[in-house]
Design a binder for this molecule. Structure first.
Ligand code: NDP
Ligand code: AKG
Ligand code: MG
Length: 417
């Protein structure tokens, strides 16, 4: 049926029920994209660690039937020089519901647009979910890194990140600038002859579906607050809209009531009876607050670009993007991926930390309801770090550490299962 994707014969599809829960067979077929750059290093290690955790947790009764699908440089080798994201890859990850990917390269300036963003847009994976927690013993620049315990809900389908822009001095940029100046009366483009132009779409619907997920997550996971992070003082209708629509949704759908006249509001968690506070923070101030007062923040709902910046900043607080996992999700389809990129200088050297992708797989197992295997991954990661046999990123900051390779770290985790 597919041109280059080989469907394993020993597995079955995960399916989505009417209430969006999953039916997961014992041998689910799970598509994976190896990824560019260090993808060749971390992805095989992730597969091996996950297989070991599943085998150990279920004694052979459950097993993932991995199915390689292609995007990025490997796709151009398999499908031809200009095919970066084959249609059958999109069809396949949609059809098989749960997938995982390594990082994909995006050139700066010219060249192809981000394949990572394209996957999210094409599949409408509107939530980028990035939990940030501290593992004991990980070297961190903070004195009290355990106080950083946040879950980022980054809007994944809109904003300036969508890549609607035109190069300076192009016919398209000139046309847009002409429209803005002639028809819209815009006088604020300082250098109209040489300006590149970007568009920042932010909608009420896009905001509401993201904030709804963040609020529901706070309820389901007994979290004390949801903070809407925005730059609405400057970008009044886009980022300011995000804030206002977020607050309005909390009041309308979750029964939140204003605190001291607002705009903060709060509602009772129907599961625990505890208050969940909905507050907001302006993005620049937020970036200093998370360093100085991290304990005051829990679930974060933010726009696409802010979420990108906040993800790497928060990852650094708990030891870096070597252990920063993530997921891109719609109501039905989920694609798991690390927060970091392809780290090209380390590609193919069996050197980098596979932890982010392994922890992304841990999120995937939990999403599938395979909690025993997910728990094994967490406990073996904790033990591996405690034993100080770690990759370069931790070893260079840890006293008494033994540096291991990327695959070596996977092996240490497996030994500790
Ligand atoms: N979702 C995705 O697929 C993403 C793709 N990208 C793409 O990746 C490419 C490179 O981007 P770049 O900005 O350099 O960001 P990267 O995240 O690839 O790398 C930045 C730095 O982070 C550290 N790092 C990255 N991965 C690891 C790891 N596995 N273990 C330990 N440390 C790690 C390294 O730090 P040090 O130098 O200190 O060792 C590295 O130099 C670009 O094309 C970009 O577009 C970027 C982000 C996400
Ligand atoms: O798509 C890319 O190349 C970068 C993506 C990124 O930085 C992210 O999603 O965090
Ligand atoms: Mg990023």
């Amino acid at each position: 049926m597919y041109q280059h994707i080989k469907v394993p014969t020993d597995g079955q599809k995960i399916t989505v029920n009417a209430d969006f829960s999953l039916s997961v067979p014992d041998q689910p077929v799970i598509p994976y994209i190896e990824g560019d750059g260090t993808g060749v290093d971390i992805t095989p290690v992730m597969l091996k660690v996950v297989d070991a955790a599943v085998a150990k947790a279920y004694g052979g009764q459950r097993k993932i039937a991995w199915m390689e699908v292609f995007a990025g440089e490997k796709s151009t080798q398999v499908y031809g020089p200009d095919v970066w994201l084959p249609t059958e890859t999109l069809d396949c990850v949609r059809e098989y519901v749960v997938s995982i990917k390594g990082p994909l390269t995006t050139p700066v300036g010219g060249g192809i647009r981000s394949l990572n963003v394209a996957l999210r847009q094409e599949l409408d994976l509107y939530v980028c979910l990035r939990p940030v927690r501290y593992f004991n013993g990980v070297p961190s620049p903070l004195r009290e890194p355990h106080k950083t315990d946040m879950v980022i809900f980054r809007e994944n389908s809109e904003d300036i990140y969508a890549g609607i822009e035109w190069a300076a001095e192009s016919a398209e940029a000139k046309k847009v600038i002409e429209f803005l100046t002639r028809e819209m009366g815009v006088r604020k483009i300082r250098f109209p002859e040489t300006s590149a132009i970007g568009i920042k779409p932010v909608s009420r619907e896009g905001t509401e579906r993201l904030v709804r997920k963040a609020l529901q997550y706070a309820i389901d996971n007994d979290k004390p607050s949801v903070t809407i992070v925005h730059k609405g003082n400057i970008m009044k209708y886009t980022e300011g809209g995000f804030r206002d629509w977020g607050y309005a949704l909390a009041q309308r759908e979750f029964g939140a009531e204003l605190v001291d006249g607002g705009p903060w509001c709060k509602f009772k968690n129907s599961r625990t009876g505890k208050d969940i506070v909905v507050k907001d923070s302006i993005a620049d101030a937020f970036l200093q607050q998370i360093l100085l007062r991290p304990a005051e923040y829990s679930v974060i709902a933010t726009l696409n670009l802010n979420g990108d910046y906040v993800s790497d900043a928060l990852a650094a607080q708990v030891g870096g993007i070597g252990i920063a996992p993530g997921a891109n999700m719609s109501d039905s389809v989920a694609m798991f991926e690390a927060t970091h990129g392809t780290a090209p200088k380390y590609a193919g050297k069996d050197y980098v930390n596979p932890g982010s992708l392994i922890l992304s797989a841990e999120m995937m197992l939990r999403h599938m309801g395979w909690t025993e295997a997910a728990d094994l991954i967490i406990s073996s990661m904790e033990k591996a770090i405690a034993s100080k046999r770690v990759t370069y990123d931790f070893a260079r900051l840890m006293e008494g550490a033994t540096q291991v390779s990327c695959s070596g770290f996977g092996d240490v985790m497996i030994e500790n299962m």
